[in-house]
Write a protein that binds this ligand. Structure first.
Ligand code: MN
Length: 321
């Protein structure tokens, strides 16, 4: 299976539900049934929809909130099982599936150890973090051991959205949620939360401390490529600590096309970050596969750069052979 141009297609932000973990968050029950069926399917239906669209490999990650909103003990206990079960799923179809680890960030030391176990023993390609860990952004110093371990293992950390902090929802979105529930999630709330998480990671100094860190953002960079000049310029004004935001961001961050199949947004991302830092993703099953692959096929972009986006960059950054 491949696109019409016979290009291999690797999609790296593709989600599933672990049956044991989903019992620990009530939002799983609110997922519409068609979506839930796809999240729970790690076989026939998933593979059929991959085949129909021409997607060769899905890098699987748990859907939000993953293991970020549990107490420390339950998080570590559950994450081990979640990752072991994901490893078994990948074993059923190693040519079609790869995995990103769910880390028990409520216990940061355990999360760093679990990342190492997942990479060295289970063959995972990196880790995914969903939003705030019990109200705390991921740049907090207590999480730095996870960054350190990721850098030493040379695997990326995918910073993925989850429902925004309740105080933010109340102040920013509540008035419109009855008519537009999407406002607090993919329409805007996810973007604000995840862009903020990314900006804070740059400001924290963790990337200077562990220079090998690679961070991946979905949705063509959560708006940051579009705003990079302005963020950089404003943070260079008097009164701010010395920092080249644009340089640090561009050195450590990668972006994927998940759920944002927009020509102008992609063009901006290529101009700002370079084509070597852009990876194809769909965000299945929240977004359907076909529109993503069809968009890539119709893009007025040279074949060499398209191949980089569709597979080569993922192979290099996630060490997929
Ligand atoms: Mn996603």
């Amino acid at each position: 299976m491949a696109t019409k141009r016979d290009q291999q297609v690797i999609a790296i932000e593709e989600h599933y539900f672990d049956p044991e973990l989903t019992q620990h968050f009530s939002s799983a029950d609110e997922v519409p049934s068609g979506l839930r069926q796809r999240l729970e399917d790690v076989g026939e239906l998933r593979l059929r929809e991959m085949d129909e669209a021409g997607i060769d490999i899905q890098v699987l990650s748990h859907a939000p909130p993953g293991t970020q909103r549990l107490d420390p003990d339950s998080a570590s206990l559950l994450a081990t099982g979640v990752n072991d079960r994901l490893a078994s799923i990948i074993k059923t179809n190693p040519q079609r599936f790869a995995g990103l680890a769910s880390l028990p960030t409520p216990d940061a030391a355990a999360a760093a150890d679990e990342l190492e176990r997942c990479v060295n023993q289970l063959g995972f390609k990196g880790a995914i973090i969903h939003g705030l860990t019990n109200g705390t952004f991921f740049d907090d110093k207590k999480f730095w051991p996870i960054f350190e371990r990721a850098a030493s293992l040379d695997v990326p950390i995918y910073i993925h959205p989850a429902l925004p902090h309740p105080a933010v929802v109340d102040t920013y979105y509540q008035d419109y949620l009855t008519d537009y529930p999407g406002l607090e999630t993919a329409a805007w709330g996810f973007t604000v939360e995840t862009a903020t998480a990314a900006i804070r990671i740059v400001l924290s100094g963790v990337l200077e401390k562990y220079p090998g860190i690679k961070i991946i953002l979905g949705h063509l960079g959560e708006g940051i490529p579009f705003l990079l000049w302005r963020i950089d310029h404003a943070l260079s004004r008097p009164g701010n600590k010395s920092l080249s935001f644009r340089d640090v961001f561009s050195e450590h961050f990668y972006v994927t096309t998940s759920g944002n199949f927009s020509d102008p947004a992609l063009l901006c991302s290529i101009q700002e970050m370079g084509v070597d830092r852009i990876l194809f993703s769909v965000d299945w099953p929240f977004v359907a596969n076909d529109p993503g692959v069809e968009w890539m096929e119709s893009l007025h972009l040279n074949n060499e750069d398209k191949t980089k986006i569709l597979s080569e960059n993922a192979k290099r950054i996630l060490h997929i052979s």
